[in-house]
Ligand binder design. Structure first.
Ligand code: FPP
Length: 244
């Protein structure tokens, strides 16, 4: 969700105003994703590296996050959306953790869509944390190192709980992954748009999904017949449980 700061600058406003408008984009994109029947949506809301930003900006982002969780709680429940987080929960301020835990608990059994917020998250950190835990268990004699392969990692990484990413969308014209879901995006389709996040509309999401539907996903194999015939058919996209 990149470009909040640049959007605010264009308006002659503070960066925090951009984040505020960015929260509105989050609300409409979550709603639209659920309406479209996407099975999983993961939002990179705050990276492990974002702690380095000025304190004022970090506090504003934490406040916006809390506002979002409080104001959307009932709607998430009504729409059957399970909320969860990935990232270093312990680094978040107590008042954010409290509301996050409350909404996560209240939505834990819902199964229409999973909304994952990546908070204090870093893809490298996630992999390194898992590797450390695996090493500890092996050292304690609880785990045979021979069992550790790519499938094993897929079962222990929190970001993989909702499966591999199908489509990665980055706004604002930057074309990089910036330590997002490094493992689960191994075969993700990448989509870059110049649109800044606060101006990212539902039609932009449609455009990204329409583009996704034209991609030929081969996963290292030869052309896959299974994806043919699903193109440009929103119902098929929905049925396939796309993770964005
Ligand atoms: C990157 O844009 C965006 C962020 C670091 C924060 C994203 C946060 C929100 C969209 C709002 C709060 C989140 C939720 C889930 C309600 P940038 O600030 O780096 O923009 P720039 O590159 O133009 O400076």
């Amino acid at each position: 969700m990149d470009g909040n700061g640049r959007w605010a600058q264009q308006q002659g406003r503070l960066r925090t105003f951009g984040h505020q408008q960015g929260s509105e984009s989050v609300r409409r994109i979550v709603r639209a994703s659920r309406r479209l029947g996407l099975r999983a949506l993961t939002l990179y809301a705050f990276s492990e590296q974002n702690w380095e930003r000025p304190r004022f900006e970090v506090e504003a982002l934490m406040a916006l996050l809390k506002d979002f969780l409080v104001s959307e709680r009932e709607e998430l429940i009504q729409r059957g959306i399970r909320l969860r987080m990935i990232g270093r929960r312990e680094r978040l301020p107590g008042h954010v953790r409290e509301v996050l835990d409350d909404v996560a608990a209240a939505t834990a059994d819902l199964d229409q869509m999973t909304l994952t917020l990546a908070l204090s998250y870093g893809g490298r950190e996630e992999i390194a944390d898992a590797a450390r835990e695996i090493a500890r268990r092996a050292q304690a004699g609880e785990l045979d190192p021979e069992l550790v392969d790519a499938r094993f990692f897929g079962n222990v990484l929190p970001s993989m709980e909702v499966g591999p990413v199908d489509l990665l969308v980055r706004t604002s014209g930057e074309q990089r992954v910036s330590n997002f879901l490094l493992w689960s995006t191994a075969y993700a389709e990448l989509y870059f748009t110049d649109r800044l996040w606060p101006e990212f509309e539902v039609r932009d999401l449609f455009e990204a999904l329409a583009e996704y539907q034209t991609r030929d996903r081969r996963f290292g194999r030869v052309a896959c017949a299974a994806t043919e015939g699903t193109l440009a058919d929103p119902a098929a996209l929905v049925a396939s449980g796309v993770h964005v």
